[in-house]
Ligand binder design. Structure first.
Ligand code: B1M
Length: 211
């Protein structure tokens, strides 16, 4: 069994200490952090997602797996985010109202900080009004919204409308992402960018902030 399978299986069992052990081993073997994240941690979480959908595991097991995922991500954090970069601008980031999923959002934060972006993390369950107030008061050039539920992704459209209503649509770029979000949805609601993963989100944010 490869070290990636070890990571994935330990994560699925919610064995945080083993996840940390195998992630550390993978780093020691010279695997790049992004590969460990994608082939080990995210792969394990995707399998949990399928089991969750099929009622083979339930919320408590998923929460324990999420905790193990966070433990593994913590080890990778310094490797994913190269430190010392000069600030290129400010992003206000959050998971939209009604949605508590924060693992993907936290990865977006790590990758953006790694590119020298100052991230104001509003956490989960963030209302359109809160995004607006923070972005304006904290002089953010970009607002980044994450959603994991088909029932909450519509809030991203409300974010766009709230910024329009406040006359802030021209000044601030709105980026969206999360598993159910698509480019087509982005076009429909009139957001500025959809990106499928945290790494590409950080690249687009740098472009918006520097151009
Ligand atoms: Co939830 N959940 N969950 N859950 N959960 C999903 C999303 C689901 C697909 C599972 C399933 O049925 N297969 C399903 C949604 C179905 C749907 O809407 N179509 C679901 C459901 C139904 C629910 C509840 C309603 C279950 C219930 O209570 N009956 C409930 C809702 C609670 C709420 O939010 N109000 C719920 C609860 C939970 C837990 C609390 C148990 C836990 C969350 C823990 C936490 O986040 N702290 C949880 C988890 C862990 C999942 C799954 C298994 C994994 C999500 C995850 O973290 N993936 C998920 C199944 C799945 O996605 N396969 C599922 C790993 C993460 C790295 O990926 O967040 O997609 P992701 O981020 C990616 C990209 O999407 C992207 O970057 C990352 C990769 O680099 N990205 C962005 C994310 N945000 C971005 C923003 C950007 C750009 C890219 O720009 C701004």
């Amino acid at each position: 069994m490869s070290v990636f399978e070890d990571i994935s299986q330990s994560l699925q069992k919610g064995r945080a200490k083993l996840v940390v052990q195998y992630v550390t081993q993978a780093i020691g073997e010279g695997h790049p952090a992004q590969e460990i994240l994608d082939k080990g941690l995210i792969e394990g979480m995707n399998i949990i997602g399928v089991k969750f959908k099929n009622n083979e595991v339930y919320v408590p097991e998923v929460m324990i797996a999420a905790r193990a995922m966070n433990a593994g991500t913590e080890i990778l954090k310094p490797l994913l985010a190269s430190s010392g970069a000069k600030s290129v601008g400010r992003v206000c980031l959050g998971t939209v109202k009604g949605d508590m999923h924060d693992i993907g959002k936290n990865l977006v934060k790590i990758m953006m900080e790694g590119k020298g972006i100052e991230v104001i993390d509003l956490g989960t369950d963030v209302s359109p009004q809160k995004f607006l107030e923070t972005a304006v008061n904290e002089h953010c050039g970009v607002v980044a919204c994450s959603a994991l539920l088909t029932t909450t992704m519509g809030v991203m459209g409300e974010v766009v409308e709230t910024f329009k209503g406040a006359g802030q649509r021209q000044n601030i770029k709105i980026m969206i992402g999360g598993a159910p979000v698509t480019q087509q949805f982005c076009d429909e609601i009139g957001a500025d960018s959809y990106t499928p993963d945290a790494a590409s989100a950080s690249e687009v944010a740098v472009n918006f902030l520097t151009n």
